[in-house]
Design a protein around this ligand. Sequence first.
Ligand code: BGC
Length: 240
Amino acid sequence: MDVLGIDIGGSGIKGAPVDIQAGRLTRERLRIPTPHPAKPEPVAQVVRQIAEHFAWEGPVGITFPGVVTGGVIRTAANLHHSWIGAKTGELRHGATVINDADAAGLAEATFGAARDKSGTVIVLTFGTGIGSAVFVDGVLVPNTELGHLEIRGKDAEHRASDRAREDHDLSWDKWAERVEEYLKHVEMLFSPALFVIGGGVSKKADKFLPHITLDTPIVPATLQNEAGIIGAALTAARSG
Ligand code: BGC
């Protein structure tokens, strides 16, 4: 079965039909820059544009970069604050909406680097923010928001996201120091069996992972930038 997956990020909104048995895109993905200000109506308009591009009438799964519970958006750290309290149906009527990192984590747990891993596995996405997906024996604990842990008195994602690397013009090894400090904190809290590093930086893992030393094994995500789209589609298929 094919499901349209749409991944809403702070800088781009990406979508493609997904073969949810195989865990892969069946058409080339479409990326449209996130409108600014990223208020509900302009973002929903881009979601419509993506569905129209693929002439889509089937099920749709959408990721959102904030807490999503009970069909309501609860937080929106990197999109416009007017999202807070919005119903997920405002994105698209009938679509399934899930936190972006949880979606990426589900895709990695089903098809990628976290597949068949038992114990506590933590998938972290480094992009505009830091997203987290925590699994215990393959079961997701949703909306964990570990990117907002406080490190040196600051929100961790303001120090160690990929955007922070760009904004502060950090070299890869300087940025890796910040990521390591952050991961050590998460390691202390959860004693995970595995860390999986996702988001746009996962394809450049060779630039920073060698600079990171932890007790916990750490691997790059294998689905990279497509994990959110695949996880969104998977969630819609499972809930439909
Ligand atoms: C949001 C999370 C999201 C992460 C990655 C954070 O700022 O609070 O919900 O998963 O960014 O987009």
